[in-house]
Design a protein around this ligand. Structure first.
Ligand code: GLU
Length: 273
């Protein structure tokens, strides 16, 4: 049997400085790839035009290198790969898997059929979907587009760290955005198109993205691509039990390095004995 070549990736979004939680996740991605003697790819997920800054891109690479993480391919920049996402949109439009959505966030949130998940996320009401006969068959980039979640009950997968996962469609998530009217793909689409194109065999990322994985599995199916394996890393929380945010400056890697911490002492913080 031909051994499967391990291809991993680290994919930060340059919307702020990396913190301890990112260090843990990206170290895990690096370590698993190294153990498998695989190829690690660096992908800068800079598609959010409002929030991404070059300064954060450069800082992320410098911080990860200082931590001892190195990669064999990249950096690739999502902002330079928009043609790939457009081609995938055209495939999704042909298979009637997506539709344009002209409703504002406010209209959706205030719609009487809009349910909320326990985490406060609004589930797009099915009653706002266009009828099949009204579906658009060409790609209009200046509209929001949503993925039509199929009428199946659950998306299930085995996570290599968190075990069996099951998410109920229309209860835990609904039709999600794949394209934004600013002419850029939404995260879910960009990540799937890239992970497939870059032949990623295992995705290592934070456990906050488990639900996203359910959405992404549906996208892999719709694009007739094979989904990679998934390993979701437990999140690092602050002393009050909240997950870290990029605005938590005290645990930003650049602050920790400036205070004299090195890999050993940083790893001891995310992995207290
Ligand atoms: N860019 C995402 C983030 O920084 C991670 C995406 C992924 O690993 O799939 O949160």
């Amino acid at each position: 049997m031909t051994p499967v070549l391990y291809r991993g990736r680290i994919a930060p979004s340059p919307t702020g400085y990396l913190h301890l939680g990112h260090a843990k996740t990206f170290w895990k991605a690096f370590d698993r790839c190294r153990e498998a003697q695989g190829t690690l790819i660096y992908r800068d997920e800079d598609i959010d035009l409002q929030r991404c800054k070059q300064e954060y891109s450069q800082a992320a690479m410098a911080d990860l290198e200082q931590l001892g993480i190195h990669w064999q391919e990249g950096p690739y920049y999502q902002s330079e790969r928009v043609d790939n996402y457009r081609s995938s949109m055209i495939k999704l439009i042909r298979s009637k898997s997506v539709y344009p959505c002209r409703y504002s966030r406010k209209t959706i949130e205030e719609h009487p059929d809009a349910k909320k998940t326990p985490t406060g996320e609004v589930i797009f009401p099915k009653s706002l979907r266009p009828r099949q006969s009204e579906m658009m068959d060409f790609f209009e980039e200046s509209l929001n587009w949503r993925f039509r979640v199929p009428n199946q009950e659950k998306v299930q997968f085995k996570d290599l760290n968190q075990g069996h996962q099951s998410f109920e469609c229309d209860q835990e998530f609904g039709d999600f955005l794949v394209w934004r009217k600013d002419g850029m793909p939404a995260y879910e689409l960009a990540v799937v198109v890239d992970d497939a194109a870059m032949k990623i065999s295992e995705v290592v990322r934070g456990a906050d993205l488990l639900l996203s994985t359910a959405r992404q599995i549906l996208l892999y199916e719709a694009l007739a691509e094979t989904a990679p394996e998934f390993y979701h890393v437990n999140l690092v929380c602050d002393s009050e039990g909240h997950r870290l945010a990029k605005r938590n400056d005290s645990l930003a890697l650049k602050t920790l390095f400036a205070e004299g911490h090195d890999f050993q002492s940083i790893a001891a913080m995310w992995n207290p004995s």
